[in-house]
Design a protein around this ligand. Structure first.
Ligand SMILES: [Zn+2]
Length: 263
């Protein structure tokens, strides 16, 4: 399939499904839910009992760290599990619950259109002590967009986050590319994100290889400082988490937020 064919195929439902199977956050990946619908929940920040109030933490600069974060320190027993924030909200809640049961903290890079449909999840993520960041408004192949459109993808999601949480979030991860580009780094910094967030371990969970395979891929490659790419929206990911988190625990690796990984 040529890039042009893929773009054409992406405009059809079947093509999008095929592309989603083939490539995750590192390429054309899971389509955000509810693209193009009217935003809901504007202005209101739904809060459950005991929910925290006040603005969420903002992005900060980590002196001595590169503009693109690929992994954390290799000399500490910490890792960061980072999630594409999209797809069925039930899988998001299930991942959060599994992580919290194991005392783990995660990082969620939320797609703006997903937050438009599930605005309550922004506060839910923060209330669990997790990091919440920006994964563009529509999860397009941002490396192929003209500068103005790429900038709009970043700022539109930042606006959603600001409206829902009082902050544009702690991280920015570009959509459908594993690594940033000089342009994306510049646009992210202009939007208030000193670093972009990549990863050094791809769980390949978006290929739905089965929970055991997801666990094996992660536990087979993870090491101190690893930043792992995972996705909300996939049953295998939810099913893989208990064994995965157990394995980390046995090896003395703590799953922390990306902020804590670098602090
Ligand atoms: Zn993604």
């Amino acid at each position: 399939m040529t890039p042009i064919d893929r773009r054409r195929a992406l405009r059809t439902g079947a093509g999008a499904a095929v592309a989603a199977l083939a490539l995750g956050c590192g390429g054309p990946g899971p389509a955000p839910t509810g693209t193009g619908a009217t935003p809901r929940g504007t202005g209101a920040t739904p809060q459950g009992p005991g929910a925290t109030t006040g603005p969420a933490p903002a992005a900060r600069r980590f002196p001595g760290r590169p503009a693109e974060i690929v992994h954390g320190p290799r000399d500490r027993d910490r890792v960061a599990l980072t999630f594409h924030g999209g797809g069925d909200p039930a899988t998001a809640r299930a991942v959060l619950a599994e992580a919290e049961r194991a005392g783990a903290r995660i990082t969620v890079l939320a797609v703006g259109s997903w937050l438009d449909h599930h605005p309550e999840l922004a506060r839910r993520i923060l209330d669990g002590g997790h990091d919440l960041g920006n994964h563009t408004q529509n999860h397009r192949t941002i490396t192929e967009l003209p500068e103005a459109e790429a900038a709009a993808e970043i700022t539109a999601c930042a606006q959603r986050l600001r409206r829902l949480t009082g902050s544009a979030g702690t991280w920015f991860r570009p959509s459908r590319t594993r690594f940033t580009t000089p342009l994306l780094t510049r646009l992210a910094q202009r939007a208030g994100y000193p670093h972009t967030l990549s990863y050094d371990l791809d769980s390949l969970d978006f290929t739905s290889p089965g929970a055991t395979a997801v666990t094996r891929t992660v536990t087979g490659q993870i090491r101190r400082g690893s930043v792992v790419s995972l996705h909300f929206g996939y049953a295998d990911t939810v099913a893989a988490l208990p064994a995965l988190l157990d394995d980390l625990h046995r090896r003395g690796l703590r799953a922390v937020t990306t902020t804590e990984l670098l602090s």
